[in-house]
Design a protein around this ligand. Sequence first.
Ligand code: PEP
Length: 250
Amino acid sequence: MRKMIIAGNWKMNKTPSEAAALASAIVEKNPSPECEVVLCVPFVDLFEAKKATEGSKIKVGAENIHWAESGAFTGEISGAMLKEIGVDYVIIGHSERRQYFGETDETVNARIKAALNSGIKVILCVGELEAEREDGKTEEVVSRQVKAALEGVSTEDMANIVIAYEPVWAIGTGKTATSQQAEEVCALIRDLVKGLYNETVADDLTVQYGGSMNAKNAAELLAMKDIDGGLIGGASLKPDDFTVIINAAK
Ligand code: PEP
């Protein structure tokens, strides 16, 4: 069964005390969400987010993971470390990591395998740059990213993968893809997964849209056939707006 998932990406915002207050406010406003809700927060906020969501249906995610199990990787965080805190999801391949931190299709694939090996679900981000869309390369870019990211991922493990289509030109810019543009690429991703795996895996896959989703445009985007949720940046920091999006995802 395909799951509707609304995930917040807090990025590099909120200190631990601010995170505790924000997560508590979101829990309070959403005592029984009808979709899966995930708060993806900075590493130092994970403890507070776990504490604040305890006893609720809201899940907690990280924003990155290292591919090695342990070792000499100063400043990095492993799957086992995240798992022990009770992290349920991790965002991998966000365009900000690809753009500013040298993330490649290969490192995305390695991080995905590390997350799956640690029992952590993955929100894999893919999406084209504005220039790539203008050059008619959206399909080529997204297909390459999806195929490379899923290289060596088993059919069984696909139950633990969510794919978020995030056109880079729509992230944090206030420019949202039209519901038709978003639907077209989300459907393409599902079709690609059908070719790589099978129809059941494709039907069960949650494909999110991300890119300036907000309280005003969420209902229209989430009503599309192949859009099964959202990855939300800016609006996930505002409990009222985030709640409107959660309620639009019934
Ligand atoms: C994101 O960071 O994944 C994102 C979609 O951000 P925003 O909603 O702010 O565009």
